[in-house]
Design a protein around this ligand. Structure first.
Ligand code: HEM
Length: 497
């Protein structure tokens, strides 16, 4: 056995044994600390790569469904440990969800990934800074501010006019960033007052240049979130250039808004901030974080929903009948928000494909989770300060005891009878940090859906029909959303025949 005399092999054996010993010793210490506090450790995920558990992370970010598969294998709560990164507790147990709303847990993990791109603002801060930001932003979401929808209406009309008819189109990128007019226009108009239909001549970038930069910014941020403490592996130079360019675009619009000194109602986000603060970087950070909230979210919800409906002709027919029966009256903030048929469709879409399938929290002090530890998974879990916690809504939303035995089915009807608690169904978060854009987003999505249903008699699913959620900041289908819309009153080029 000469191979065992080779110095390289001996070194490798010593190195591997030391790694395994170190992991074992760390776990032993954590277990002792847990038991001393009347708690126990959750089951351990068996990562193949012991240094950073990269195999686990890559799988998780590349296919969100691994969340549900892991929970089936390890139970609703488990821990991922590796030598060079802090352990992360993963949970989809409704009893652990109040941690999202508790003062013991904060947003440190998100800040780590976001800060380079967005600076510090409402999405990344805790404590007083978050509290102040929320207080300042909140009035911007008052009904009087979001129910004025004439700009949005023009965006939707333009979108529908340009939609190809009778042939395959991938509607996901159209919703998300398309070269034609879309949600992003609305988001930019709402946050910084940028009118893509009438852009200022001296802006540092055109809308399409900005969209390209924005996409790179979101992608880079997603990668940094994924790598966590290993984000130093990524090249920073080009990413910093992208972030600088985005900042200069937003700064330009802050400057314009300051000169405009607009007092009109409803207020745009930028105007609301200017009237409250003259700290440029504070305003800029919040605008960038506002665009993140406003941009991808509604469009991902829409493409996920169309992906389902395109494969359920009977539902599309029912939806169209519902919309046609209401006539023009349906196109108002209140009618769309209270339309049970459409809102059940969105509830079900967000159940199966939550736009944010998980959230992370980091413990601000030593605390406990009520359940998930020990051999039978029912003991409380001790969490020292700085413990990372990953709350998986994607897996939470698949509990048959709450949603029925057919959890993987798209069945909007179930919402007529089920009543999940605020900790069993969390597409918009829960507690003091819940989503401020919920109403805005559900009404905008309903407006778009109602217009599509009125315009098109049929929508057919095309392509493979596969859905594999890839996580960047939000989670969209790797394979897009290939569909074909049909209308007897429009030709293939979109014009009347
Ligand atoms: C389908 C659409 C949307 C979904 C599923 C969604 C989901 C969420 C969730 C889960 C949170 C909780 C974050 C946490 O607990 O850390 C959140 C927070 C937030 N959302 Fe949304 N969101 C959507 C649309 C929007 C839109 C359109 C806007 C703005 C125009 C927006 C603005 C915000 C803001 C400002 C917060 C931060 C609240 C805070 O930290 O105090 N969201 N959203």
């Amino acid at each position: 056995m000469e191979v065992f005399q080779s110095p390289a092999v001996i070194a490798l054996v010593i190195f591997t044994s030391s790694v395994l010993l170190a992991l074992f010793e760390r776990r032993r210490q954590r277990r002792r600390q847990a038991l001393q506090n009347g708690c126990d450790l959750p089951p351990r995920y068996k990562a193949k790569e012991p240094f950073w558990a990269f195999d686990f992370t890559m799988k998780l970010f590349g296919d969100v469904h691994t969340m549900a598969e892991n929970m089936q294998k390890y139970g609703k709560t488990f821990i991922v440990e590796s030598l060079f990164s802090a352990p992360i507790i993963f949970t989809a147990d409704a009893q652990n969800m109040p941690a999202m709303a508790s003062k013991d847990w904060g947003n440190g993990w998100r800040r780590q990934g976001f800060e380079q791109f967005t600076g510090r603002g409402i999405l990344t801060e805790d404590g007083e800074m978050w509290h102040q930001a929320r207080k300042m932003i909140r009035p911007g979401f008052a009904k009087s501010n979001i129910s004025e929808m004439s700009y949005y209406e023009s965006v939707v009309e333009d979108f529908i006019k340009h939609l190809p008819v009778g042939r395959t189109v991938d509607i996901q990128p159209l919703f998300i960033k398309t070269a034609s007019l879309n949600f992003m226009n609305n988001a930019l108009h709402w946050t910084i007052g940028f009118d893509a239909m009438n852009p200022p001549k001296d802006a540092p970038y055109s809308r399409d240049e900005f969209l390209k930069l924005w996409d790179q910014g979101v992608m880079g941020t997603g990668l940094r979130l994924m790598l966590g403490s290993m984000k130093f592996l990524l090249p920073d130079k080009s990413f910093n250039r992208v972030c600088d360019s985005i900042r200069s675009f937003v700064d330009y619009h802050i400057e314009r808004a300051m000169k405009r000194n607009d007092t009109q109602e409803p207020k745009r986000f930028v105007d609301a901030f200017i009237s409250e603060s003259d700290d440029r970087s504070f305003i800029r950070n919040h605008l960038i974080q506002g665009i993140i909230g406003a941009q991808d979210t509604t469009s991902v919800l829409m493409s996920n929903t169309i992906h389902f409906l395109a494969r359920r002709p009977e539902l599309w027919k029912e939806l169209r009948e519902e919309v046609l029966s209401k006539g023009d009256d349906i196109f108002s903030f209140d009618s769309l928000r209270t339309n049970t048929f459409m809102q059940n469709i969105f509830s079900e879409s967000l159940r199966l494909r939550p736009v944010f399938p998980a959230f992370q929290r980091r413990s601000l002090r030593a605390t406990t989770l009520p359940t998930g530890g020990g051999p039978d998974g029912t003991a409380p879990i001790y969490c020292p300060a700085d413990t990372d916690l990953h709350l998986s809504f994607y897996a939470l939303h698949r509990d048959p005891r709450v949603f029925g035995p057919d959890v993987e089915e798209f069945n909007p009807q179930r919402w007529k009878t089920i009543k999940p608690t605020q900790f069993e169904y969390i597409p918009f978060g829960v507690g003091p940090r819940n989503c401020l854009g919920r109403e805005k987003s559900l009404v905008e999505a309903a407006w778009m859906l109602a217009r599509l249903a009125r315009e098109f008699e049929r929508v057919e699913g095309r392509g493979s029909g596969k859905w594999q959620g890839v996580m960047k900041i939000s989670c969209a289908n790797k394979f897009g959303c290939e569909v074909a819309f049909f209308s007897s009153t429009r030709g293939q080029d979109g014009t009347n025949p």
